[in-house]
Design a protein around this ligand. Structure first.
Ligand code: GRG
Length: 302
C-alpha cells in the first residue's frame, strides 16, 4: 500500500519554506494581523493542494519550482477558507489542525480580516511571482473561478443550507445524491481541480493534459469528501449520542446518511412497498450519474 504521508513529505517540506517566505509582509501590515495570518497558514496541515499542483506540473514534464507560486496561492485560499469556516457564524469550531482556531487565538474580527487578507494575498502572490502576464492571468483566472461564487463560496453556502435539509425533501435518493455531489464539487472539488489545472498550466502542459488532470482531480475531490464524511460518521458513532451541531459541523446530509437512506429505499423496493418513479434506477442499482461524462458512482459500504 502507498504511504501517502511519505509520498507527500518532500512536497510538504518544500512548500512550507515557500509559505513561510510568502507570509512575511512588508510595512503596513499590522503585527497582530500578520501573526494571525502566519498562525493559520503555517499550522501543521497536510499541504495536499500544493502537492497536487506540484505533482501535476511534474506529470506534464515541468518541475516543482515551476509550480511554487500557484501552490502557495492555493494554500492561502485554503487557509482563508478554513479560518472563515471555523467562525461562529459558520461551523463554530474551537480547534483546527490540533490547536485553537484563528478566531479563538486572535479574536473574531482579526480572524475575519486574516481570511480576507489571505484571499487577496493569493492573487498578489501570483501577480508578483509570475513574470509572464498571460501565464499569470491564466493562473489567476483558474483560482478566482474555483474559489468564487460558483465554486468554493457557493458550495459552502449550499452546504450550510443543507444542514437543515431533510433527505425526505428530495423526490428520490438519487436526486439527493446529485445535490450532495454538486455541493462537494464546488466546496471541495473546485479547488482540487484548480490545483491540477494550475500545475499543468504552469508547466506548459497541453490542453489535453490540463483536461485529463482536471478529470482526475474531479474524481479525487469527491473521493476526498466522501472519505471525510465517512470519518466524521465513524467518529460520531464512537461518541454515540454526543453529536451536536458544533461537534459535527454538519447535519444529516452526508454520504453515509444518504447511502443509509438509499439502502432503506432498496429494501422497500424489494418488499414491493416503494411507489417512487425513480425506483427503476434503484432496482438496477444505477444512479443518474452513471450516464454522465464524469461518472461518480458512490455506493460505498459504510
Ligand atoms: C468559508 C468560503 C468558505 C469555505 C469553507 C474549507 C471549507 C469550505 C470547509 C471546511 C470544512 C471541511 C472539513 C470540509 C471537508 C473538506 C476539507 C476542506 C477538509 C480540510 O482539508 P484538509 O484535510 O486540511 O486538506 P489540512 O488541515 O490538512 O490542510
Amino acid at each position: 500500500m502507498i504511504d501517502v504521508a511519505e509520498l507527500l513529505r518532500p512536497y510538504r517540506e518544500v512548500i512550507e519554506g515557500e509559505l513561510d517566505r510568502a507570509c512575511r509582509f512588508p510595512e503596513g501590515c499590522p503585527e497582530k494581523l500578520a501573526e494571525a495570518i502566519r498562525y493559520a497558514v503555517l499550522a501543521p496541515g497536510k499541504r495536499l493542494r500544493p502537492a497536487l499542483v506540484m505533482m501535476s506540473a511534474e506529470a506534464c514534464g515541468g518541475s516543482r519550482e515551476d509550480a511554487f507560486a500557484p501552490a502557495v496561492a492555493v494554500e492561502m485560499i485554503h487557509a482563508y477558507s478554513l479560518i472563515h469556516d471555523d467562525l461562529p457564524a459558520m461551523d463554530d469550531d474551537d480547534l483546527r489542525r490540533g490547536r485553537p482556531t484563528t478566531h479563538i487565538a486572535y479574536g473574531e474580527a482579526t480572524a475575519i480580516l486574516a481570511g480576507d487578507a489571505l484571499q487577496s494575498q493569493a492573487f498578489a502572490h501570483l501577480y508578483s511571482r509570475i513574470s509572464d502576464p498571460i501565464l499569470a492571468s491564466r493562473l489567476m483566472g483558474e483560482l478566482a473561478i474555483a474559489s468564487g461564487a460558483s465554486g468554493l463560496v457557493g458550495g459552502q453556502e449550499d452546504d450550510l443550507a443543507a444542514e437543515t435539509i431533510e433527505l425526505s425533501t428530495f423526490e428520490s435518493p438519487s436526486l439527493a445524491q446529485k445535490h450532495l455531489e454538486s455541493i462537494h464539487r464546488r466546496k471541495t472539488g473546485a479547488l482540487f481541480i484548480a490545483c491540477a489545472k494550475m500545475g499543468a498550466i504552469a508547466a506548459g502542459g497541453s490542453q489535453e493534459q490540463v483536461d485529463a488532470l482536471a478529470r482526475f482531480a474531479d474524481a479525487f475531490g469527491l473521493a476526498f469528501q466522501i472519505t471525510d464524511d465517512v470519518l466524521d460518521f465513524t467518529s460520531d458513532a464512537e461518541t454515540l449520542g454526543k453529536r451536536t451541531g458544533k461537534d459535527s459541523g454538519r447535519g444529516k446530509f452526508t454520504f453515509p446518511d444518504l447511502m443509509a437512506a438509499q439502502r432503506d429505499e432498496e429494501s422497500r423496493v424489494e418488499l414491493g412497498l416503494a411507489v417512487n418513479p425513480h425506483d427503476a434506477d434503484l432496482r438496477s442499482g444505477r444512479s443518474e450519474y452513471d450516464d454522465s461524462e464524469t461518472t461518480t458512482r458512490t455506493d460505498i459500504d459504510v
